[in-house]
Design a protein around this ligand. Structure first.
Ligand code: ADP
Ligand code: MG
Length: 328
């Protein structure tokens, strides 16, 4: 089976910035794939190369087997993109914008009209079909961007930070919509710096940092790599840290603070029963036990830490400003 995306050693250099530094990735057909990374990691550059908005400096990118440059139109016709920034013809009713877009991709006019109605209903703004884009509310604009991405019934739907700055209700609506699309067979590529979003939606994620793929794994696998905390309240404060008579390379640390025992371990849910048995055998009464699992967010922060130890978190204003604006 042809992969939805086959990327080999993809590179992009803008003047003095190496935005992509040899990215290799395979996105299987039908998957819900997340591209995670702090601001400036290269996510939008990656996507813009796929849709022909940015020219790569090196490497290879194929969309369902079609080279993004040599077979531009075939590759482009398979992709629906909801970009991070609104880039819409503001002077036409939104229904017409959709029809133009369909026409550009070779869909006949009568079919385009039907398709436009269908996607406007799908995203819940059909009653606004004769309104200009500028007059839509912020949430409706986001819905419209999704409708426009769907107008060609794409095999690969790319969403670049689709829920940045939207309210909780709309975020949930958008999630439900894309889950349905994925279940109906559409491959989804989602970029986000909301880690919770990736955790909820994606079956596989690539973590991108400074133009490099740091890791590719399922959210569950990544979470399992992080350390969980098992906090046990003991009935009486032991004289010293209880000797835990089980050899376990999952356990990173055991700390005692009064009658509170904190065990740091990988896969804490599996370690906890052994821990309880060991404490019980050693005669320690247990009053309470709590396991806090690492979140994908913590693992992500750990993996994308900069050299000086500070995690990349907030966008530098200059990066945020030119990330999507300058097209070449
Ligand atoms: N048109 C451009 N000209 C120069 N530098 C750019 C341009 N677009 C992006 N960059 C730089 O490339 C890097 C990656 O940006 P971008 O792909 O927008 O990352 P992300 O989407 O992950 O935030 C950043 O350092 C950004 O400043
Ligand atoms: Mg971006």
């Amino acid at each position: 089976m042809t992969a939805a995306l086959e990327i080999r050693d993809l590179r992009k250099r803008y003047a003095d910035v190496q935005a992509l530094d040899g990215v290799s990735l395979t996105v299987p057909e039908g998957s819900f794939f997340g591209l995670l990374g702090p601001n400036g990691a290269g996510k939008t550059t990656f996507i813009n190369i796929l849709v022909g908005l940015v020219r790569k400096s090196g490497g290879e990118a194929r969309v369902f087997g079609y080279d993004v440059e040599d077979d531009y139109q075939e590759a482009r016709d398979r992709i629906g993109l909801a970009p991070q920034e609104f880039n819409v013809d503001r002077f036409f009713p939104i229904k017409e914008v959709l029809e133009h877009k369909a026409g550009y991709h070779g869909i006949p006019a009568d079919e385009a009209r039907e398709r436009a109605d269908e996607v406007l209903k799908q995203v819940g703004i059909y009653d606004k079909r004769d309104t200009r884009f500028d007059w839509l509310s912020g949430g409706m604009k986001r819905r419209f961007m999704l409708a426009r991405a769907l107008i060609t019934d794409p095999d690969l739907l790319i969403l670049d930070e689709p829920t940045a700055g939207v309210d909780v209700q709309l975020r949930r609506d958008l999630w439900d919509l894309i889950i349905d699309l994925n279940e109906a067979g559409t491959t989804i590529l989602l970029t986000t710096h909301y880690i919770e979003e990736a955790e909820r939606l994606c079956d596989e994620v690539a973590i991108l940092d400074s133009g490099n793929v740091v890791t590719v794994a399922s959210p569950e696998e990544l979470i399992d790599r992080g350390a969980d905390r098992i906090v046990v309240q003991l009935q009486d404060a032991p004289a010293g840290t209880p000797d835990l008579p089980f050899e376990d390379d999952r356990v990173d640390a055991v700390e005692l603070d009064g009658n509170r025992l904190v065990v740091t371990a990988r896969r804490g849910g599996l370690v906890a029963p052994d821990l309880v048995r060991a404490l019980d055998r050693a005669g320690h009464g247990i009053v309470d036990l709590e396991i806090s699992r690492t979140s994908l967010e913590e693992v992500f922060v750990e993996l994308t830490r900069t050299e000086d130890g500070a995690a990349v978190d907030e966008p530098a204003p200059a990066l945020a400003a030119n990330g999507e604006g300058g097209r070449r």
